[in-house]
Design a protein around this ligand. Sequence first.
Ligand code: AMP
Ligand code: MG
Length: 180
Amino acid sequence: MKIYCVDLEATCWDSNPPSGQVSEIIEVGLATLDTSDDSITKEQILVRPIASEVSEFCTNLTGLTQEKLDLDGLTKEDAWNMLLHRWKRGRYWCSWGFYDLKKLLEDSEMFGLKMPLHPAWHNNVKSAFGLFFLNGKSEGMSSAVEKMGLSFEGRPHCGADDAYNLACIVRELRKKSILT
Ligand code: AMP
Ligand code: MG
């Protein structure tokens, strides 16, 4: 089975968006956990923004620049197609919290694209983690990584690294939860 761990980054500002701009997805971090051998493949899909520009605040948070996205970013259509193609081979996908599902639904609607990852197959690992391990409390992904006896690898708020660490959590959760 393949499990897709998704972490999205979007254009952002330290307060409201400047007039005429809206927050939109600029990076899809995708880490694929292959349960046949427990390997994790990390991918960074960059997406060119069309309704906003990358602010300095956003660059400081995500590490992404407008120049990088102009150069290496896919169109939304291509990025969405890539996700749809992946999803058809795996179905289960997850994220840390609700943000990524909500944002993908919002952007799909806003830009007239088919939702590439079916919401029915989404797993919110943050809420599951809180339910099973924290007696109903919730916490950030980095502290969950440590609770699993791991250390966060890479740069927080880089979508690909966030997704990779999420996949490491999912791999550990599966190890602890498989019934024999
Ligand atoms: P994350 O997965 O935590 O890196 O966050 C996903 C997206 O949420 C970022 O790409 C930003 O668009 C937004 N975001 C996260 N933290 C902040 C923040 N402190 N201020 C503004 N936007 C943020
Ligand atoms: Mg992130």
